[in-house]
Design a protein around this ligand. Sequence first.
Ligand SMILES: C[S@@+](CC[C@H](N)C(=O)[O-])C[C@H]1O[C@@H](n2cnc3c(N)ncnc32)[C@H](O)[C@@H]1O
Length: 345
Amino acid sequence: MGSFAGDTLGERIRNHFGHREHLYGVLLDEIGHDWAAGGVCRELLAGWESAPAQQLPQLRLLAGLFRVVLRGEAPALAAFYPCLGGTRAAQEAWPVALPVLKAYAEELRSALTETPQTNEPGRTLALLVALSAAVRRTGLHRVRLLEPGASGGLGLHVDRYRFHGDGWSWGPADSPLVVKDCGAEGFEPTPFEIVDRRGCDVNPVDASTPSGADYLRSFVWPFHVERHTRLAGALEVARRHPVQLDREGASTWVSRMLAAPPEPGVLTVIWHSVTRIYWPPEETRAMEAAVERARSRMPLAHIALEHLWDGSTPDADAGQLPQIELDGIRLGIAGHHGPPVHLDT
Ligand SMILES: C[S@@+](CC[C@H](N)C(=O)[O-])C[C@H]1O[C@@H](n2cnc3c(N)ncnc32)[C@H](O)[C@@H]1O
């Protein structure tokens, strides 16, 4: 990864990766040069010259371009996308990408307003680990699963995915998603049944539709083939089992969902992953207060796969691995996209 630094937008784009070793490295190097030379990319990115570097307009542009490819409208360019089976050398991509950038300029300009948004189904590994502990602790096997910051809701299908770890396996053998290399030696999955599931997001994505699925795929780098394979499996599950996602911020939604207890004998689980770093501090405080208030009214477990949060400012250090928490107690750490999990001993 490059430095994102530079005096001009063109330099920042070229420095994003700072190499030409994969498709996006080549494209951003060329886009940066094209911008400096006053080519189509100067027009495409007009108005973004002074945008804060962390808004990453270059990745928004690449995601927009990827969506054109995913729709099947740029087959020559698709030949450079490994996740689509493309095998052409990245070094040769620019002359093929340039006409697509020109032809889709209007669409790509509006793609710049879309904040990159991923949904990593492999993170449900952390939910599986903590949920098993919660079910063992409470003796309640019937679960109401509620996920704030759910994006496309792929984190709500934990019982429909298959997991393989060190010495253990779990989930339907015929699941379209098999999460491999889960680690978590010594983990003992505990049976549970999800009787209700629902999520919210400030920008929910309907992953059961082709355009929603493409939207989520477009933000995963095309040479991260394993992530794309997992995402494709989860999107198939989402297509078969659409879930309800509300457009709402985390804290008001969690308060609303917890206003009424479920039927007796059901464990309510509030679960979230890699979303808290994007919340304003008061969102986190308000959600945690709502969870604590509800504990006297219903059996409840709060499960998180999140980066450490110091209680005041959002933690910007996404480089550190996220940790798995059950009711505020750390159980272990996971990879950025889920596997592998290392349990605390
Ligand atoms: C990196 S994605 C993670 C999505 C999913 N939890 C996962 O792990 O794959 C972060 C998500 O948080 C959502 N988000 C950001 N601020 C939020 C808020 N205040 N309330 C609810 N969702 C929020 C974003 O829209 C985005 O979908």
